[in-house]
Write a protein that binds this ligand. Structure first.
Ligand SMILES: Cc1cc2nc3c(=O)[nH]c(=O)nc-3n(C[C@H](O)[C@H](O)[C@H](O)COP(=O)(O)OP(=O)(O)OC[C@H]3O[C@@H](n4cnc5c(N)ncnc54)[C@H](O)[C@@H]3O)c2cc1C
Length: 319
């Protein structure tokens, strides 16, 4: 049996976890899911649709919004009881962190961001390193495989299964398990009310935008296309836009239908977060900018002219 950690935000499922469930189902038909925090017990229908037979729900007064060490401890309790062959989770920063705690408690290795898993003795994985610029082939020497699934390496596929049976348990938490917890939160919602990771269209700006005021044009274009605004790290470090909008290795990893990169050079840490976008349009004054290697379409020009021209052409086409 494979146990899959389903991450959620106050009961709202993390879509990457559905991809992890699908990856697990391709390895074994016997899958159970686990959520941390009682407010997620309503997720039994959705995890059932994706093939999980049982949904284990860890509830404890010390578990709040996100308490990664408590998650690790709860998973350890469950692993010792259920003895699965593997524990998987989404290869998101949160998925990686929670499974790293589990592996540390069990004193075994953990393989992060795997694009391929083969069970054996040892287990074998392919995993993305250096923001996806290097693929590592590695053996994992442990009976229990603890691994996360590389974001966007697999599509979520429903099997229309029945709702999973809910099984609640109270983990044996220690006071030190809640030493890391969320004290305040940014909603993660960008200005258009769309979350970056779920947006179908992202209009992203970099240093080339020139300052916070320059983002008005990007917001207008994003709104017209039903999308949202993203940005590079230079932009968030300069305080032009909030961190919730940062795309990249240390921001959000995205895979929208359309990614418009305006005034972004294409550092590998940015590319790591957006290279799975279905169509990439680059607007840059520099015809040698590294990001052009990833572009499906490129407009060499000043974004302050190109974006208003695009906006007006789209408005006209829409009538
Ligand atoms: C550990 C680590 C983690 C990192 N994580 C991230 C991350 O998650 N996300 C991220 O984005 N970066 C990240 N970075 C930073 C990254 O290395 C780059 O510094 C950053 O992505 C560069 O941002 P930029 O492309 O906006 O700026 P620049 O590299 O300065 O590029 C600006 C671009 O704008 C173009 N330009 C200028 N004016 C115009 C104009 N008027 N019209 C059109 N184009 C114009 C220029 O030709 C240039 O290509 C990380 C770095 C480190 C070390």
């Amino acid at each position: 049996m494979i146990l899959v950690l389903i991450d959620h935000d106050r009961g709202e499922i993390d879509q990457l976890s559905l991809r992890a469930l699908t990856a697990a189902r391709k390895l074994d038909s016997d899958i159970e899911a686990v959520v941390i925090g009682a407010e997620a017990s309503a997720l039994s229908t959705v995890v059932g649709q994706y093939g999980a037979k049982v949904l284990h729900v860890a509830s404890h007064s010390a578990i709040s919004d996100y308490t990664p060490m408590a998650s690790g401890r709860a998973l350890k309790d469950l692993v010792e009881k259920l003895k699965p062959t593997a524990v998987l989770a989404a290869g998101s920063p949160r998925g990686n962190e929670q499974l790293a705690h589990l592996a540390a408690f069990l004193d075994i290795p953990m393989a992060a961001e795997c694009s391929e898993i083969t069970f054996g003795s040892p287990h074998h994985v392919l995993r993305a390193r250096w923001g996806g610029n290097l693929i590592e082939s590695a053996n994992v020497h442990a009976e229990l495989l603890v691994a996360t699934v590389l974001s966007f390496s697999i599509e979520a596929e429903s099997v229309d299964g029945p709702a999973a049976t809910v099984s609640e348990f109270e983990p044996s938490l220690q006071p030190s398990d809640s030493v890391v917890k969320i004290l305040s939160r940014d909603s993660g919602e960008t200005k258009g009310g769309v979350t970056l990771s779920d947006a179908k269209v992202i209009v992203s700006g970099g240093r080339g935008v020139g300052g916070p005021d320059g983002f008005g044009n990007l917001e207008e274009l994003a709104a017209l296309l039903g999308g949202t605004v993203g940005c590079s790290r230079v932009v968030t470090s300069s305080g032009w836009r909030p961190h919730a909008e940062q795309v990249g290795q240390t921001g959000t990893k995205v895979a929208p239908d359309l990614y418009i990169a305006a005034g972004i050079s294409g550092a590998m840490q940015h590319i790591a977060g957006m290279k799975n976008s279905k169509t990439i349009v680059v607007i840059n004054t520099d015809p040698e900018a590294p990001i052009l290697r990833y572009a499906d379409y490129a407009i060499i020009g000043d974004l302050h002219q190109v974006i208003p021209a695009l906006t007006s052409a789209i408005r006209q086409a829409k009538g």
